[in-house]
Design a binder for this molecule. Sequence first.
Ligand code: NDP
Ligand code: KPL
Length: 299
Amino acid sequence: MKITIVGAGAVGSLWACRLAARHQVHLWTRHNTDQCEIRFQPLGEEKIQTWPFKANDPTQLAQADIVIFTVKAFQLHAALATVEDLLPPSTPIVVMHNGMGTHDTVLNQLPDHPILYATTAQGALRTEQGVTHTGLGPTRLGAMNLAGKQYQHLAAVFDQALAPCQWLLDIRLALWQKLAINCAINPLTAILQCRNGHLALNEFTPQLTQICEEVAAVMSAEGYPTTVTDLLEQTSAVISATAANKSSMNQDVYHQRTTEIDYITGYLIARADSHGIAVPANRALWQQIKQLEQHYHDH
Ligand SMILES: NC(=O)C1=CN([C@@H]2O[C@H](COP(=O)(O)OP(=O)(O)OC[C@H]3O[C@@H](n4cnc5c(N)ncnc54)[C@H](OP(=O)(O)O)[C@@H]3O)[C@@H](O)[C@H]2O)C=CC1
Ligand SMILES: CC(C)(CO)C(=O)C(=O)O
């Protein structure tokens, strides 16, 4: 297959190097270059691999069998704008990011394309030295519009590159489940500048319970019935599985970058408001992260 990846950061580079073993992968970046070399360290290996890629070629973009967007949620609109006029409307688009709330923009911006969303629990870290595959986890893929439903076979392509990948009939459920975990772990670890495992301490149980209670109420109102017990169990499992990790929001705050809070807790708040559900614990966390961002963006 001919695959273009838009956003060669940590996740984009991980998928690029893994897909390139069997497919022709081309990168679309925001840098003025026609080639990119990715230094990639596979999971648990010492040796660093070097993968050369062609980049930013409008012809290769137009001929792609799929275009995968691995930019952050708040970068998606601008990234789509750089490719929308270059793609035939038959090209399927796969969007892979944490958080929710971009799908309406994508469906409006590219109304004729098959649109798919993916959520991944694979871990990748980008440093000056290159990109390291830091953790294994499932990827879930599904259609966001009718045309996207014809692309179920892409789950096998993703699975072959970086297992496991599962096709879901309702990808929104998977996106909500990941959002719930991100609402619980990301803002707290960013504010406290702690590793995910720190939240396993008993002192965090009341706060995590309140966050999950609010998320469960909103998810249920959205048509994805769940309970605080289920969400707390899933959150605890991720806290222990990723105990040594610094969450993405923790790292964004540390490096004084824009966070994905508006697409994680912010999305939850927007949906809560539309149902008239009070979410004070999540709203307080959203405000604290916005204040931190504002503080470092102002200085
Ligand atoms: N890292 C991880 O382990 C995981 C991340 N995720 C999620 O995946 C998403 C991506 O995260 P991650 O890879 O870590 O983030 P990165 O910041 O490493 O990657 C984003 C990439 O997108 C590029 N980009 C931004 N705007 C454009 C544009 N207009 N055109 C082309 N490229 C663009 C950035 O360019 P530049 O190089 O110039 O900054 C960067 O290379 C996030 O939503 C994250 O939460 C999900 C699971 C795990
Ligand atoms: C699951 C978790 C919390 C892992 O760190 C994550 O998705 C993130 O850091 O954004």
